[in-house]
Design a protein around this ligand. Structure first.
Ligand SMILES: *[C@@H]1O[C@H](CO)[C@@H](O)[C@H](O)[C@H]1NC(C)=O
Ligand SMILES: *[C@@H]1O[C@H](CO)[C@@H](O)[C@H](O)[C@H]1NC(C)=O
Ligand SMILES: *[C@@H]1O[C@H](CO)[C@@H](O)[C@H](O)[C@H]1NC(C)=O
Ligand SMILES: *[C@@H]1O[C@H](CO)[C@@H](O)[C@H](O)[C@H]1NC(C)=O
Length: 294
């Protein structure tokens, strides 16, 4: 016991003097990556995540900038978009993205949830959850969204990895767009494209100035988004599409210097066609904790 206390104190002293990167390294060696929580606690942890994900609880997480829901070294992957590494980026994408925003986009506000399938073993939790969303850009329509999650938790009860799939996302996407004009889905899509491109360009004008600027004018922005790239299918939210830029638009207010490039012509490493289908399917991304028991 005494030894342990001395060890913790030594760590605390070492951490006080260390740079953030050194602290992160220190933490990852001090905090066990593969604790054995068991089913009941994993289910409680899972419920806790959805509670914090829910609006308005997510506002508090977003304001914290570095949510303690995530480990410093968290690795995340979201189907149909990209991978997100580190606590700050994940606080923005998992909590900040779903808070109210002036942007016109397909992103909704999460409400109550119901976990409908769950299994948990050791530090791995697998769940399928129905979350009720309202969609402000679609006349506040309410729709349930089915989200399948694989999570690993570290000893500090932080999410160290997540692998998330929005089940039936293409169907949700189509349902949302069609809700704008049920009699004429093509017109509905046109209206959605104009509204989203306008919104991205307005955000660019407001936040992406100086070295963060991506377009010389509003016209150039609108023309690029509506004429020179694809609108994007449901699986193309991490590709060279308007839909991808529309998702990233919401992040810009948090850190314009980091996120403005994502709505620009190159896509800033988040919205481009660099990842082929086979690469996507065979990618080996996760290193913090195994997904299978050894
Ligand atoms: C959030 O964490 C990052 C990475 O550790 C750090 O650089 C940044 O200063 C932190 N921000 C706040 C507000 O704590
Ligand atoms: C989601 O909304 C539907 C329709 O309003 C409602 O019946 C259902 O109970 C809600 N789900 C949860 C988990 O609150
Ligand atoms: C949607 O709901 C929000 C908040 O409840 C409200 O401020 C907004 O005016 C509503 N939008 C529409 C189109 O009804
Ligand atoms: C960009 O705009 C912000 C306010 O939105 C301002 O503080 C900053 O000085 C501007 N930067 C440049 C380079 O114009």
């Amino acid at each position: 016991m005494k030894l342990l206390t001395a060890f913790s104190m030594a760590c605390a002293i070492a951490m006080a003097a260390a740079t953030p990167v050194e602290q992160a390294l220190e933490r990852s060696t001090v905090i066990g990556q593969t604790p054995d929580f068991g089913y009941d606690e994993l289910l409680i942890l899972q419920q806790g995540f959805w509670e914090r994900f829910k609006y308005p609880n997510n506002l508090k997480e977003a304001e914290s900038i570095n949510s303690t829901m995530f480990s410093e070294d968290v690795q995340g992957r979201v189907s149909d978009t990209r991978n997100f590494a580190g606590r700050e980026l994940n606080t923005e994408y998992i909590f900040g993205l779903f808070t109210p925003s002036d942007a016109t986009s397909i992103i909704g506000r999460p409400g109550d949830h119901e976990i409908v399938q769950f299994v948990g073993v050791k530090n791995i939790a697998v769940a399928s959850t129905r979350v009720n969303f309202t969609f402000p850009s679609f006349r506040n329509i309410s729709l349930p969204v089915r989200i399948d999650t694989w999570l690993t938790w570290n000893e500090a009860r932080e999410i160290s990895q997540y692998d998330v799939t929005f089940r039936w996302f293409g169907y949700l996407f189509q349902t949302l767009i069609a809700s704008l004009n049920p009699a004429d889905p093509l017109e509905a899509q046109k209206a959605a494209v104009t509204a989203m491109a306008t919104s991205v360009c307005n955000t660019h004008t407001t936040y992406c100035n100086g070295t963060s600027s991506q377009y010389e004018s509003r016209d150039e922005c609108f023309n690029f988004l509506t004429q020179q790239i694809r609108v994007g299918q449901s699986f193309e939210l991490g590709m060279n599409t308007l839909m991808c830029r529309s998702v990233h638009e919401i992040m810009i207010k948090y850190r314009p210097d980091v996120h403005c490039p994502h709505i620009g012509k190159t896509g800033g490493g988040m919205c481009d066609d660099s990842i082929g289908y086979e690469e996507k399917v065979t990618e080996k991304y996760f290193v913090n904790s195994p997904w299978m028991l050894q």
